[in-house]
Design a protein around this ligand. Structure first.
Ligand code: NAD
Ligand code: LMR
Length: 342
């Protein structure tokens, strides 16, 4: 099941955000925990009963954020770690969520963040490969299309790469597609699940509206094109509205909390947990897109099955044709940068 459905089923059962049934035994670290995404994400993770030990790391303010969140009366412990305490923050963690890095300002593309964020993500990944080589890594820092391949290269170099445990978080694209389509179809967002495949920037974001419940409410032509454009460039909408103060933070925290919850459920043995995620993938490998977002079934060891995109419309075929070369370029850029900047 995808993000919205997963939440719907748990909301009914619990007054809080997440399900309360499974074991409460996981150590989760947030790297970049004091930022616009990091703070609300940490708060949401503190509400998740599947997290027992929450580690908050940032180069600034993390002990303060942790002290604040630790007063929330859920059973997990919350600990803050300062800039020189990354080793301690990562010791024995099973899930590492990385929203560290700079966000966009109006007029910038996600790729414009590459020069700053590539080295931030590389350095965090190096430490993760050393201290917590078996952890699952959830990458939020942009440009996701390139930062995920960088993390893969770091782990390969350290000899500890497991492609089943590395995910670019694209849940915000799925969330937006559900919200925007349900605004047109009139169906409940929770019943409107749109697979979004490809990558996480502009034309690499490919919503498969033909497979969505409610997708038939969208007329082809201009209305279809506007909806696709809004899903592909939803991030720009927020960047523009925030007017220089950053990009999506709250909806992203929500999306990352949803994905983390799904992963934790799968790690605990729950069956049939399915999310779209940007993972190392055979689907378009022959065209250079060695990473690709598609629906994946998650299991106790991470990615259990990568599902193909399935039957797509002629419009979606064109969207995929535009996405794949761009994605391949972004992936190559990440891997080549790491080769010269190990
Ligand atoms: P922000 O500037 O508010 O927060 C980033 C945090 O990272 C800051 O607290 C900063 O101190 C910290 N940081 C910087 N270098 C660090 C390091 N070496 N170690 C640990 N922490 C470090 O930014 P934000 O709005 O939270 O966005 C963070 C990133 O997430 C950006 O790159 C943004 O583009 C990306 N993003 C991705 C998605 C997605 O869908 N994947 C959505 C929204 C934003
Ligand atoms: C988003 O999709 O909102 C994020 O990738 C942030 C951005 O730069 O748009």
């Amino acid at each position: 099941m995808f993000a919205r459905q997963a939440l719907r089923s748990t909301q009914a059962a619990a007054p809080r955000f997440f399900s309360t049934s499974a074991a409460n035994n996981r150590a989760v670290a947030v790297l970049g925990a004091s930022g616009g995404i990091g703070q609300p994400l940490s708060l949401l993770l503190k509400q998740n009963p599947l997290v027992s030990d929450l580690r908050l790391y940032d180069v600034r303010l993390a002990p303060g954020v942790a002290a604040d969140i630790s007063h929330v009366n859920t059973p997990s412990t919350t600990t803050g770690f300062q800039a020189d305490e990354l080793d301690k923050a990562l010791k024995d963690v099973e899930v590492i969520v990385i929203p560290a890095g700079v966000p966009r300002k109006p007029g910038m593309t996600r790729d414009d963040l590459f020069n700053t964020n590539a080295s931030i993500v590389r350095d965090l990944a190096k430490k993760a490969a050393e201290v917590a080589p078996k952890a699952h890594l959830l990458i939020i820092s942009n440009p996701v299309n390139s930062t995920v391949p960088i993390v893969a290269e770091v782990f390969k170099k350290a000899g500890v790469y497991d492609p089943k445990k590395l995910y670019g978080v694209t849940t915000l694209d799925v969330t937006r597609a559900s919200t925007f389509l349900s605004g047109i179809s009139g169906k409940k967002p929770a019943d409107t699940v749109v697979p979004v495949v490809g990558g996480h920037s502009g034309v690499t974001i490919v919503p498969l509206l033909s497979q969505a419940n409610g997708g038939d409410a969208v007329a082809k032509g201009e209305q279809y094109e506007k909806l696709v454009h809004r899903i592909q460039f939803g991030g720009d909408e927020v960047v523009k509205a925030k007017d220089g103060a950053g990009s999506a933070t709250l909806s992203m925290a929500y999306a990352a909390a949803v994905f983390s919850d799904s992963l934790l459920k799968a790690l605990n043995g729950e069956k049939g947990v399915k999310e779209c995620a940007y993972v190392e993938s055979p689907l378009y490998k022959d065209q250079g897109a060695t990473f690709f977002a598609s629906p994946v079934t998650l299991g106790p060891n991470g990615v259990e099955e990568i599902h193909p995109v399935g039957k797509v419309s002629a419009e979606e075929e064109k969207l995929l044709e535009a996405a794949i070369p761009e994605l391949a370029k972004n992936i190559k850029k990440g891997a080549e940068w790491y080769a010269s900047n190990p």
